[in-house]
Design a protein around this ligand. Sequence first.
Ligand code: GDP
Ligand code: MG
Length: 338
Amino acid sequence: MGGSFIEDDWEFGSASDGVRTVVLVGRTGNGKSATGNSILGRKAFQSLSCLDGVTKTSELQRTVLEDGQIVNVIDTPGLFDRLAEPQFVGKEIVRCIGMAKDGIHAVLVVVSLRSRISIEEAAAIETLQKFFGNKISDYMILVFTGGDQLEEDDVTLDDYLSHSESVKDMLEICENRRVLFDNKTKDAAKKAEQLQQLLSLVNDVVMKNGGKPFSNDLFVEFKKGVTKLHDQAAELNSLEGYSKNEKSELEVQIRASYQEHLKQFTDMVETKIMDATRRFEQKLTEEQAARLKAEEAAQAAQMQSNYEIRLLREHIERVERENKELRMHAERGGCQIL
Ligand SMILES: Nc1nc2c(ncn2[C@@H]2O[C@H](COP(=O)(O)OP(=O)(O)O)[C@@H](O)[C@H]2O)c(=O)[nH]1
Ligand SMILES: [Mg+2]
């Protein structure tokens, strides 16, 4: 037995001084797993275009950079996809908090340039802010994947981004921290350069936040549960005079109490995520209603102006007709019309 049952449940990274943890978020298909692999320099996360290749659960992989810096990379499924179930999202967020229990040094918001950037991209950022608090923005970096596509179209990233209002807001929230990524390139120099740019932005974020990773009451609460579990396991190990069976029974009780704590925590996260997404859905509905209203008003104005044009045209025609009649009448009567 010997306390090892904790690791059965929590194989995630152990307390890690000096280790940096980055989390990849964004819609399914935006290139999170591919970007994770580019950072790791190996194909650790599954990244495929087919449905089977979609990341189903959050996963942590570790790499050691050239300068010796250890980086934990957490890949996530599409937590902010519009159709994602709150129960699933809640569980995944708890899993991520478990993996990054010492905090998150950078949140990499992955956006694909291969499809139109939609309002849902901005929604991911907004939901993150609602869920974790506005401070999370200080840790965000925008990673635009599909750099190869831009090259093909011979467009610069700035040109591309300048055409989208929602991207402007996203850039503002992230204080213009953004990097272009081509996850398909075979060019070693290009690979190294884009990775360097990303790592330099991660460094900026770390400096800006005084080296402190992002953490909040959710992380603290989660950690409390894990610490309690560890303490109880240690206590169990040091118990003397108990039979093997008695110790096993105590272990079952500790596990059950921990599972209960985890369940309550997950329920709370789920409620919070539902609240955050509901608020966004509400905003989306309001925006759609406002757009519809504006369209209706524009249509009404158009109809009104069409009506006025018709009246004016009829008026001109009438005047012309009257003039013509008057002229004919005058000609017949021998008067001269000026
Ligand atoms: N052309 C191109 N395709 C990419 C790039 N990044 C990712 N992809 C492709 O986009 C698809 C989805 O990528 P994936 O990493 O699984 O997205 P995820 O769902 O966000 O994890 C895969 O077919 C990737 O090969 C990129 O920079 N350029
Ligand atoms: Mg994936």
